[in-house]
Design a protein. Structure first.
Lengths: 125, 132
């Protein structure tokens, strides 16, 4: 009787171990997992070339911001339209305070493919 | 602070973006504790640009005095959509929890702004049948 109980316990342990191992191994190969992710990010490289919207802008609006001229001045019969420069230039001189945060969900499919949807907030665009 | 020589002076400003990313990823090195994911995503963001004390001068044309920018310029919002690529290096602490190092770089359509970020990322994995 004791022999059978010992054998049963041993088999049970082996079975549980195998199941645990099997679950671990097949985790990634099994399709249909959701993944919730969150992260905090800092800049590693930056490149901020700018188009200047200063005294010679002459009616060309800033491309990234659909704004109107801040002021129009006529000098010697020429109309000058002035645009305030994008604020990124001021910020680019001090990148130490940049940050980004992301929160997302991802659905894994077969062959290692996954679809990801994230929401983010950052002060670097 | 910007100088007066280019006609614009702003004593302080903020710029932030809030939005969504939708992307696809491909996972390398599956069934390992270490994983690498490569992803491409589209970003749909709303940019908020604020000036606390904007001033506008025109020294080149002799207008040296600051000109106040109308109130509506103190804060403006615009859509700013672009793309991003990212590489994820994951370490599976448990089958359902992983931490990772994520690198992502923005791809700006207008080539005016771009930047690379690296950050810490935590992921929790749930079998699809147990989430909803």
């Amino acid at each position: 009787m004791r022999y059978h109980l010992t054998l049963f316990a041993l088999l049970l342990c082996v079975s549980l171990s195998a199941q645990t191992e099997n679950r671990t191994l097949k985790f990634e190969s099994e399709n249909g997992y959701w993944q919730i992710n969150a992260g905090y990010f800092l800049p590693v490289t930056t490149k901020f070339p700018f188009t200047r919207y200063t005294t010679d802008t002459l009616g060309l609006p800033p491309r990234r911001f659909g704004i109107s001229p801040s002021r129009e001045i006529e000098v010697d019969g020429v109309n000058y339209s002035y645009y305030s420069r994008p604020a990124q230039l001021a910020r680019a001189t001090d990148p130490s305070n940049w940050w980004a945060f992301k929160l997302g969900i991802r659905r894994t499919f077969s062959y290692g493919l996954s679809l990801r949807i994230e929401v983010f907030r950052t002060n670097a665009i | 602070m910007l100088g007066n020589n280019d006609g614009f002076q702003a004593t302080q400003d903020t710029l932030s973006a809030t939005g969504q990313q939708i992307g696809f990823d491909y996972t390398f090195m599956r069934n390992k504790r270490f994983q690498i994911q490569l992803g491409l995503s589209a970003r749909f963001s709303t940019v908020t640009q604020s000036f606390s004390q904007p001033l506008f001068t025109v020294p080149d044309l002799g207008y040296e005095e600051p000109i106040g920018i109308p109130t509506q310029f103190l804060s403006r919002r615009a859509r700013d959509n672009d793309m991003a690529i990212q590489v994820d290096l994951l370490y599976r602490i448990t089958p359902s929890f992983s931490v990772g190092l994520e690198f992502w770089r923005q791809l700006d359509r207008l080539n005016q702004l771009s930047g690379s970020f690296i950050g810490l990322d935590a992921k929790y994995w749930i079998p699809a049948g147990n989430l909803f």
